[in-house]
Design a protein around this ligand. Structure first.
Ligand code: ADP
Ligand code: MG
Length: 247
């Protein structure tokens, strides 16, 4: 415990909540498959950033989480890697069949962010597949891509979705997704999402998800509005807050 607190202090990581999983200082101690470690190395990513040191163990543990860290601090990896791992586990339990999935979803406030997040996951999936792991099928769900194309990918079965709120709501209303097995829901840039007026949309989106899920919320700032929202939407979350001094 003392050792964990020392690591948190060193990296300016503030935590709130009960039974908080220990921080982990090295990727190699996080039980990732070798191709994921290779992927990180190729990207020039050698050591986890503070939000990753504490956020990855929390997200991988299945706990609800609020992750607060400044822009450029590596939040994307902190919520993408756990969903890739979850997808692999599901695939190992039972191979995906046509029309099945998703097991998890990441919601981003803009198309640009959704695309970046999706592309990062696709590269991880390539590294895994090259190394003999099952092929993961992600779906990018957003405006600007034809519905037909998205429906085609979906029909083949999908492990995970990266979406923007507008197109996602559209799909949910039309019952295009089966969310019975979708147990990971992450909202990126929650502050921006709320600023852009998506709060009601996000609440509506959440109502489609099973209650037995893991919910994660990431943000650069944590104004009162987001805090209230998070407390009403998450269950016993672990709050991981990295100050600027942690840079
Ligand atoms: P945020 O979402 O917190 O603003 P990003 O996840 O977009 O930050 O990451 C910013 C940049 O840092 C990206 O180019 C990403 O590849 C890189 N990055 C992420 N994690 C690490 C790390 N542990 N070490 C070095 N670079 C990293
Ligand atoms: Mg980000």
């Amino acid at each position: 415990e003392k050792e964990h607190d020392a690591i948190r202090a060193k990296f300016h990581i503030l935590v709130e909540g009960t039974d908080i999983p220990p921080p982990i200082k090295h990727f190699k101690d996080m039980k990732f498959p070798q191709p994921i470690l290779d992927y990180l190395k190729t990207k020039g990513i050698h050591k986890p950033t503070p939000i990753q040191i504490q956020g990855l163990p929390v997200a991988l543990s299945g706990r609800d989480m609020i992750g607060i860290a400044f822009t450029g601090s590596g939040k994307t990896l902190a919520f993408s890697l756990p969903l890739v791992m979850l997808s692999l586990e599901e695939e190992k339990k039972m191979p995906l069949v046509r029309g099945e999935g998703p097991f998890g979803m990441i919601i981003c406030p803009s198309r640009e962010l959704a695309r970046q997040t999706y592309e990062g996951i696709c590269v991880m999936a390539e590294f895994l597949e090259k190394d003999g792991y099952p092929k993961l099928r992600p779906l990018l769900c957003m405006g600007g891509i034809s519905m037909q194309e998205q429906a085609h990918v979906m029909a083949g079965g999908i492990h995970l979705v990266v979406a923007t709120p507008g197109r996602l709501q559209d799909f949910l209303e039309k019952k295009k997704f089966n969310l019975d097995l979708c147990k990971y829901l992450c909202m990126d840039e929650a502050d921006r999402m709320i600023d852009m007026g998506f709060e009601d949309d996000v609440r509506n989106i959440m109502s489609y998800f099973i209650s037995q899920r893991q919910t994660l919320l990431f943000s650069a700032t944590m104004p009162k509005k987001i805090q209230d929202f998070a407390m009403s939407a998450l269950v016993q979350p672990v709050v991981v807050n990295v100050g600027r001094a942690g840079a």
